[in-house]
Design a protein around this ligand. Structure first.
Ligand code: GLC
Ligand code: CA
Length: 517
């Protein structure tokens, strides 16, 4: 590392929880903080030693909580601030770290800052958001709303209609109503966000997943100005909280890690990018050639062509984070079966950087493509259904009435649940545990260990790579594959089979092996 990173990140594996759907403790059908607290030992038992909680702040929930009404108050449906402080404490006792979700680019339209800023009379918050100076003037290149407030102007949106954009200034000034990032109002917005972070870090939170982190400064080609804002915010927070860490929803590690000084950047699912070619290639035209989809003609080259330059440019300056999925994407099980998924997890668990596991992906929960939208989820709703704990009432998610559940439990819950998979040594849950145990046991497999490609070839499913003294081989195809001549070592872990034939190591169909060599 050229940069000093928080030590704990080096062996961190995160677990993302969508609080609404994890564990209901009081029978109202909505997951809550006491419920999550009771499940901490389970999360730890998977090998996850860090947690990211989706926003659980006071909100009208028009975008599932990404429309924040009060950054410093836990939404009553999840419990109280004290419940959250207690959650931090209990997690820390188990040696785990907790990230909250910071939404810095916009608030809810019901946030008191926004209500003030919409008033005709000038006040402290008038320019906390981006407004034009005349009701009839639109905002080029950006969505905006008029006709809602007293004020003589229209305001910019950052995402949904309910999410007005906070004002961090413009990199390029074309109109009198635009401000520079260093002007007093954008500086006040920056200060307000720093204050929110300080508040939670001061109460025991260990860092933040930062929503739409690239969206702050507008008309910011190359994101240089947005990067400067983050360097300022994160730089000062790190002085006070040296072990705090930050992961960006950006998906451009050069901009995020080098330009904005984030510790980690998500490798998000964008149609056609390297991550997408591994597990979600069905989103692009021309059929599903996902690398992990058995015998569909995928190879690792498309992934490496995108990933390697990103990795090489940023290695030592922060981490690229692989995700099994998140609350915005169809679950990984949507197009991959269990064996294909297990092999994908083997790769994610053995690449450099800091991996993230989405709740329920450890048991292969399904994506519910037919669910109507809930709280602004739209097609994302199907990845947000209640966690399946057992074959009992409401899958063990809630004691409440079925009709009150946040979302319906998937009909397959009697088969697919934590209790059933705990009892089955061949389950996906056990594979996840084994893979994470492998990673925790070998420093070379963790965030900072080196990474080198040993074998890859166009149209060949075999992929062999090295992490220090450990050789890893993946064969997602339905046929045996002979490893390159001279490859040898002591097996540390395998999925499927690894045999020796005529002096060569042979990896069975749909197999993975880690060897010390
Ligand atoms: C991010 C979140 C998503 C949310 C959006 C607006 O993409 O992951 O769930 O809707 O930002 O905040
Ligand atoms: Ca509840």
């Amino acid at each position: 590392m050229n940069r000093t990173m928080p030590e704990w990140l080096k062996d961190a594996v995160f677990y993302e929880i969508y609080p609404q759907s994890y564990q209901d403790s009081n029978g109202d059908g909505i997951g809550d903080i006491p419920g999550m607290t009771s499940r901490l030992p389970y999360i730890k038992s998977l090998g996850c030693n860090a947690i990211w909680l989706n926003p659980l702040f006071d909100s009208p929930f028009k975008d599932a909580g990404y429309d924040v009404r009060d950054y410093k108050k836990v939404a009553p449906r999840y419990g109280t601030n004290e419940d959250l402080y207690h959650f931090f404490d209990e997690a820390h006792k188990l040696g785990m770290h907790v990230f909250l979700d910071l939404v810095p680019g916009h608030t809810s339209e019901e946030h008191p800052w926004f209500l003030e800023s919409g008033k005709a009379a000038r006040n402290e918050y008038s320019d906390r958001y981006i407004w034009t100076d005349f009701w009839l003037y639109g905002i080029p290149n950006h969505p905006y709303i008029g006709g809602e407030c007293e004020r003589n102007g229209v305001y910019m949106l950052n995402f949904f209609k309910c999410q007005p954009a906070l004002n961090y200034g413009f990199a390029k000034i074309d109109y009198p109503w635009q401000q520079r990032p260093e002007d007093p109002d954008p500086m006040a917005t920056r200060e307000a966000m720093r204050d929110v972070c300080r508040f939670w870090l001061g109460h025991g939170c260990d860092g933040f997943r930062v929503d739409m982190a690239d969206s702050l400064v507008k008309e910011d080609e190359g994101k240089k100005k947005t990067g400067e804002v983050w360097q300022d915010i994160l730089g000062s927070l790190r002085k006070e909280f040296p072990q705090a860490a930050f992961v960006s929803e950006w998906s451009n590690p050069a901009q995020s890690l080098l330009g904005a000084s984030f510790d980690m950047d998500f490798y998000l699912d964008h149609p056609g990018n390297g991550y997408n070619t591994l597990v979600r290639d069905y989103e692009t035209k021309g059929g599903d050639h996902s690398y992990f989809a058995k015998d569909r003609g995928g190879d690792i080259e498309r992934f490496l062509a995108d990933y390697l330059p990103k990795y090489e440019k940023t290695a030592g300056e922060g981490y690229i984070s692989f995700l099994t999925g998140n609350h915005d994407t169809p679950r990984i099980s949507y197009h991959l079966d269990r064996r294909e998924t297990a092999l994908a997890y083997a790769l994610f668990a053995t690449l450099p950087g800091v991996p993230f596991l989405y709740y329920g992906d450890e048991i292969g929960m399904r994506y519910q493509s037919e669910l109507p939208t809930k709280e602004g989820g739209y097609t994302r709703t199907g990845s947000r259904t209640p966690m399946q704990w057992s074959a009992g009432k409401n899958a063990g998610f809630s004691d409440g009435d079925e009709k009150d559940l946040y979302l319906p439990v998937d009909a397959d819950y009697e088969k697919v649940n934590v209790a059933a998979e705990e009892a089955d040594p061949g389950s996906l849950l056990h594979t996840v545990r084994d893979l994470l145990a492998l990673r925790h046991g070998e420093k070379e497999l963790q965030a900072d260990g080196s990474f080198a490609v040993v074998y890859e070839k166009k149209e060949d499913p075999l992929f062999v790579y090295r992490r220090g003294g450990i050789l890893l081989a993946l064969n997602p195809s339905g046929e045996e594959k002979t490893l390159p001549a001279g490859t040898d070592g002591t097996p540390l872990y395998t999925i499927g089979t690894l045999t020796k034939q005529d002096g060569n190591l042979v990896l069975g169909p749909q197999s993975f092996a880690a060897l010390r060599s």
